[in-house]
Design a protein around this ligand. Sequence first.
Ligand SMILES: [Zn+2]
Length: 374
Amino acid sequence: MKKLFLLFFVAIFACNSIEAKSPKTQKVNNIIYMIGDGMGLGHVSMMQLEGKYQPTAFDRAQNIALIKTYSLNNRVTDSAAAGTALATGYKTNNSTVGQLPDGTPVESITTKAKRNNFATGIVVSCYVQHATPATFFAHRKSRGDNDGICEDFTKEDIDVVFGGGMRYFKQYFEKQNKDYNKEFKALGYSLHTDLSKLNDIPAEGKVLGLFADGDLPSAKSGKRGEYLADATQKALDILTNNAKKNKNKGFVLMVEGSKIDGESHSRSPEGILAETRDFANAINVAMDYADAHPGTLVVVAADHETGGLSIPSNKTDFTLAESGIGYAFGTSSHTATMVPVYLYGTGANLIEGVMENSELGQKVQEIIGLGDKK
Ligand SMILES: [Zn+2]
């Protein structure tokens, strides 16, 4: 009987060690690159604290890193320079999208992935011409160049795009006396504009979901439901099917919790909590996908911290049991503090430590075989 027990334990130990080793040796085919715009450790801590320390998506992380966010011309970055670093692996000046300060364009992981037969996608809760998503497909000196960013979008071939920004596309096409419906059709997209029908969109082909003229409604308004989680799930379904049809190469999906930043500029703890929770719901969808699809790496990063959000104790006397906390903002702008990166899934062990935001951008490309030389 003792021998039997021993065998049993040896068998369990062997199984566990195989399981523990397999994520390290397996190839990464799919990247889900998630960016919390303006999300610092204060934001994540607020969510944990307000949830009474029940495990969150962030607590599921299998590895972590910290990134330095400064841009080439400012110790405090904006989303354009930080997005460029994450998307392309190159730092640039503030306001600059997908190119170096001298105007040299730099390719994003999305563009490289498509060129190498991966399926690609972008899911955001802001307008898709906004700085962060734009760094994944556009090359412009100014983040405010909406026409130019729309033009660059038409030159890209992205499988699925969900967000807002219909107004800017309409304006761009109208200036050329073109009809946006026809133009999107010519680009191969099926266009969807009704957010309430998001879950009914067929999970195949090229899909463009533009659910608002500008940004989608805020999470705290309750007017967008479980948009970010649902859109992430739908995008994953589409990308899984498209990747299968396309040599089964895998996919690269970028998902942005876009409006954490705006709520932090507004110094709204309620708004920050709602947007960070919404982003966390999408992270859970991505992590569940990684559980079910080995070969998937989830990278959750932030482009910078906004608000200088801290959670101070109400009293300085720590001999007291509990003296309450508050939410304090050091600024209504961005800050220069490092931001966290959470890794989950196959290859989570490959990114750790303290690094430049551009280094993270490079590493994510290398992991999926799209390093600079490719
Ligand atoms: Zn901002």
